[in-house]
Design a binder for this molecule. Structure first.
Ligand code: BTN
Length: 247
């Protein structure tokens, strides 16, 4: 991964850019990095705050041979890869919030992952794996609605090299993606569980059909979250927004 790379000063969204390049034939591993995004995309149609110099805004094109149904768990694998690269290269222990948010020890979000796919019938044409890591933004640099919610890896006096982090990340992702292609999420479940900060907590899950409160019990080999509701019923959550400590 990253052998073909485009580094941009400014782009609307590295995911949008990489997606267009992939449609034009960009090979597997093609990577786009930008210093700043003017329309960074988050999950669920939200914006991703991406000012210049603050972070790593990166998208990687993948052309996997596995079927469409195995695509969603790829982002859980990526969360494990990114968390381990951050620990190795930035010395910060981040935790994973289901499915793929990375949080600082104090609970603020430092990294988000957004994958976008092009598929035809059950066949994947390509996946754009977008990773946003807040590295240098200070509390006061974030817009008011993100203060206390978003955080950055760097602490005053502890320098972090974005280049080293990107190198570590691409190396990890490449190795993990290979394992994922052969073995699927099963090979990452233990690593995900070790890093996770979601299981065993009372959470609210926000799905299209509304909000449910329950106890996060476990994830399965498909990366789905199993939540026990008040009535003692176990529910399988495939896609939702998790809210910790609902009031
Ligand atoms: C989330 O909502 O948690 C996902 C955020 C993903 C942000 C990254 S930054 C690089 C890439 N380009 C985008 O427009 N989004 C992703």
């Amino acid at each position: 991964l990253g052998r073909h790379m485009t580094v941009l000063e400014t782009v609307d969204s590295t995911n949008r850019y990489a997606f267009a390049e992939a449609e034009g034939g960009a090979p597997e591993g093609y990577t786009v990095l930008a210093e700043r995004q003017t329309a960074g995309r988050g999950r669920r149609g939200r914006p991703w705050f991406s000012p210049p110099g603050h972070g790593i805004w990166m998208s990687v094109v993948l052309r996997p041979t596995f079927p469409v149904f195995r695509a969603p768990q790829l982002t859980l694998m990526a969360a494990v890869s990114v968390a381990e690269a951050i620990r190795e290269r930035a010395g910060v222990s981040v935790g994973i919030k289901w499915p793929n948010d990375l949080l600082l020890p104090d609970g603020r979000k430092v990294c988000g992952i957004l994958s976008e796919m092009s598929a035809e019938a059950e066949e994947i044409r390509f996946i754009v794996l977008g990773i946003g890591i807040n590295v240098f933004g200070r509390e006061e640099d974030f817009p008011p609605e993100l203060r206390g919610v978003a955080g950055s890896l760097a602490q005053p006096g502890s320098p972090i090299s974005r280049t080293a982090l990107i190198q570590g990340l691409l190396g990890r992702l490449e190795a993990d993606y290979r394992i994922y292609q052969n073995e699927g999420f099963r090979a990452f479940r233990e690593g995900w569980e070790r890093l996770n900060v979601s299981l065993g907590r009372t959470i609210a899950v926000q799905t299209q059909s509304g909000q449910k409160i329950g106890w996060a019990r476990r994830i399965d080999d498909d990366g789905a979250l199993w939540v026990e509701t008040d009535e003692g019923r176990l529910e399988k959550i495939i896609s939702a927004e998790v809210i910790f400590d609902p009031g």
